[in-house]
Design a protein around this ligand. Structure first.
Ligand code: OXD
Ligand code: MN
Length: 580
């Protein structure tokens, strides 16, 4: 059993143990041997099912509780001293009240169970941008997922012991009772308590809880940004690489964009993946914004993944992958809607597949090490991160938002980013397909008042000497008959090329009241069965609809009262004036 030389950590572990009363304590060392022994234990108990070892070597299926398949935003709280600090964008509870309630749940909850102590690092080990945490959990499923998603175990513990600082995360699956399920954040104490769910975003505390909610709060005081963004490097045939950080709401194709393979016409172009979900953005000494991915793996949505939509993801998940809530074929292969091969016999619940209900849960997931991705960037572990040329925001919108537009300057860009709205998906419980405001795609993840967050974003015009350009994209625009106007997936490379050229001031655009859009000859359509008039349709700006959109957005901003930066309201007024 690994112990620690850090009294703060050993005292906390002892306190938790005496409160939760586990049968045993296991300090995770993060070794491969430990991972496989956990997997073996889970196979023995039926918690994991070994999949076809020939076609999917090292792959396993986990079936979660059917009531525990997504993030629970209505049960997720930010417990700051005052409600105003958490803001209308968060659920809030008074910290001592929240702790009392949670401590009640945790009392004796690990009886008959093993308590796992997981020291982990978010970011490349040893990077000055990385942050450390320790998750205590009674879920072996969480332990194996943390092994794939973070740098965990002995090496992280060493760093924690030398720096003396870490975020505490306490987790128990409890009774998996939706009535006794809460995810509580105490940003002032760098503390997370999560009870009653084993689902990734609720239970792998390094991810949304630490790397976004707590980190965004820390980042505000320390002068950086923790964002819900993928990071990609786009290499042109001359070998020049531009790095983009792109924010989209959950299940809107971040993983697909992060792993994009350029279409045939793009000979010599390459896309390198640095991250698919979270970016930590720091200004460096020279005023350049640099990004690291705090995660080491992907926890991606499975349905829809195939050799056409995302060949890199498909190839990444054919070995050493944990699947959660997918269907299974007669050959014991994992199966999901959109896989395009195989016939399921058992659905995600373990029942016979009838075809009347989905085989895989719409939010079924893969967990896999990022290193398996064929497009894994050689700079993914670079301690200094990568320089960011452009920040790209997007949502899933049937209408209104053009395929792509560029903000006029930083302040306008912050307004554009704050105006992100998207149709909801299966990644969180609740109604699917309704448009909701999701500023910077951070609605579920910002650990403090959005008003302060927008002000923090605006302040970067003072912190950076070279400001990244800001863009908005919408791959999901439809025509009146409900057909998608843009093919999406690998073809999005064409839009990325336009974005990069704009960053170098090297290409044409048309100025409109909402920003710069490509003219109908500005996007390379070679090899696509689309004529340039489609670009007109995709970039058409309906002034009446936009006036209504910006007026509604302005009202939304005003809900944050005195916290709303005046500057954002002025940006809205400027656009409204141009639309009149
Ligand atoms: C995720 C999410 O799992 O955003 O990344 O829900
Ligand atoms: Mn996400």
């Amino acid at each position: 059993m690994t112990q620690t030389t850090l009294p703060e950590l050993s005292n906390w572990v002892s306190e938790v143990a005496s409160h939760c009363n586990p049968d045993q304590i296991h300090w995770c060392d993060g070794s491969d041997a430990e991972y496989f022994s956990f997997i073996d234990q889970m196979v023995t108990t039926g918690d994991m099912i070994k999949l076809n070892d020939k076609t999917f070597p090292g792959c396993y299926l986990h079936r979660s509780d059917p009531q525990d398949v997504a993030r629970v935003e209505h049960l997720t709280y930010v417990c700051t001293e005052t409600e105003l600090e958490a803001g209308p964008n968060n659920n809030w509870m008074e910290p001592s009240k929240a702790k009392d309630m949670m401590n009640n749940f945790f009392a004796g909850c690990m009886k008959g169970r093993t308590m796992y102590v997981i020291p982990y690092c978010m970011g490349p080990l040893g990077s000055k941008f990385s942050r450390y945490g320790v998750e205590i959990t009674d879920s072996i499923y969480v332990a194996v997922n943390m092994y794939l998603m973070t740098r965990m175990g002995q090496s992280a513990l060493k760093e924690i012991e030398s720096s003396g600082s870490f975020i505490k995360g306490l987790h128990s699956t409890g009774e998996l009772d939706p009535e006794r399920r809460f995810i509580m954040h105490f940003p002032d104490e760098l503390f997370i308590m999560s009870y009653g769910s084993g689902y990734g975003g609720n239970a792998l505390l390094g991810k949304k809880c630490h790397a976004l909610r707590i980190a965004s709060h820390q980042a505000r005081t320390e002068g950086w940004l923790a964002e819900h963004m993928l990071i990609v490097g786009i290499e042109n045939p001359q070998g020049e690489v531009h790095y983009l950080a792109c924010a989209f709401p959950s299940a809107c194709g971040k993983t697909n964009l992060a792993m994009l393979i350029p279409p045939e016409e793009y000979k010599g172009w390459k896309v390198w993946t640095l991250g698919d979900d979270i970016a930590w953005l720091h200004p460096d000494e020279s005023g350049q914004l640099r990004a690291i991915n705090p995660e080491a793996g992907y926890f991606g949505v499975v349905p829809g993944t195939n050799l056409k939509t995302n060949p890199n993801a498909f190839n990444t998940i054919t070995s050493n992958t944990i699947f959660t809530n997918v269907a299974v074929t007669a050959d014991n292969e994992p199966w999901w809607e959109g896989k395009e091969t195989g016939i399921p016999i058992t659905d995600w619940l373990g029942n016979a597949f009838t075809g009347k209900k989905p085989g895989a849960h719409p939010n079924s997931r893969f967990t896999v090490s990022a290193k398996q991705n064929p497009s894994y960037s050689s700079l993914a572990e670079a301690p200094e991160g990568v320089p960011i040329s452009a920040l790209v925001f997007g949502g899933r919108r049937k209408e209104l938002a053009p395929l792509v537009y560029q903000a006029k300057d930083w302040e306008h860009g912050v307004m554009v980013a704050a105006s992100v709205a998207s149709e909801t998906t299966a990644a969180a419980t609740g109604k699917i397909g309704v448009v909701r405001r999701d500023p910077m795609a951070m609605k579920p993840f910002c650990g403090y008042n959005f008003g302060d967050y927008w002000a923090h974003w605006l302040s970067f015009s003072q912190k950076l000497s070279a400001l990244p350009k800001i863009f908005h994209v919408n791959w999901f625009r439809q025509n009146a008959s409900g057909e998608f106007l843009w093919p999406g997936f690998g073809e999005n490379m064409r839009v990325l090329e336009w974005i990069i050229s704009r960053c170098k001031d090297g290409t044409h655009a048309v100025e409109t009241p909402i920003g710069f859009v490509p003219g109908n000859n500005d996007i390379n359509l070679n090899g696509l069965n689309i004529d340039s008039s489609r670009i007109d349709e995709l970039t058409h700006i309906d002034y009446k609809q936009w006036k209504q959109e910006i007026s509604e957005f302005k009202k939304y901003l005003e809900e944050f009262g005195s916290k709303t930066p005046e500057r954002l309201l002025e940006e809205c007024d400027k656009v409204l004036a141009e639309l009149s």
